[in-house]
Design a binder for this molecule. Structure first.
Ligand code: URA
Length: 183
């Protein structure tokens, strides 16, 4: 078993896939080391790569506002991504990049031991829940995997592109709040 600091030390020096060549910073993840609630996005974007922190661009600001609206502080949760280095031009991470990097997410989950995992978008859901996950049909549904309660909602960037998805996203966030109260 690693500590979170040991894992971060390893991930920051990772060169297991080509994304390491084009990154500015590794975006390991941040937040409460004892979080009951973990959010997992797809991979760092431009601003995240620049600053080495997850969800700090426009999508991140929207995530912050949605958390605030359900009475949860960003510092209370843990936020990370499937891949820890930015894919060039913000393309989706490739299967080999996800498969290589997901070992680090598994360790993060093992160490932090959250009760709830929220997949932000289809890339997270396909890597965590099911490779054939369809976001429009399967979001907002709780899945139990061992001791973990897992739910998928739209990626905040998708909400910025299409406002019509916001209503469903709010329903998902209310469900997340409800489960957070229960656990
Ligand atoms: N989008 C993601 O999926 N992750 C981030 O950290 C930022 C934007």
């Amino acid at each position: 078993m690693y500590t979170l600091d040991e894992l971060q030390y390893i991930v920051k020096r990772c060169h297991r896939c080509p994304l390491s060549k084009s990154r500015t910073h590794v975006v390991f993840g941040e937040g409460n080391r004892r979080a009951r609630l973990m959010f997992v996005g797809e991979g760092p974007g431009f601003n995240e790569d620049r600053l080495g922190r997850p969800f700090v661009g426009r999508a991140g600001q929207l995530l912050d506002r949605m958390l605030e609206a359900i009475g949860i502080k960003r510092e209370e949760v843990y936020i990370t991504n499937i891949v820890k280095c930015r894919p060039p031009n913000n393309r989706d991470p490739l299967p080999n990049e996800c498969n290589t990097c997901i070992e680090f997410l598994r360790w993060q989950v093992k160490i932090i031991d959250p009760a709830i995992i929220v997949c932000l978008g289809a890339v997270a859901a396909r890597n965590i829940i099911d490779p054939n996950f369809r976001i429009t049909k399967e979001r907002g549904v709780w899945i139990n995997r061992g001791k973990f309660h897992i739910i998928t909602t739209y990626h905040p960037a998708a909400l910025l592109r299409d406002e019509r998805k916001k209503k469903e996203a709010w329903e998902d966030f209310r469900k997340i709040r409800g489960k957070y109260n229960e656990i």
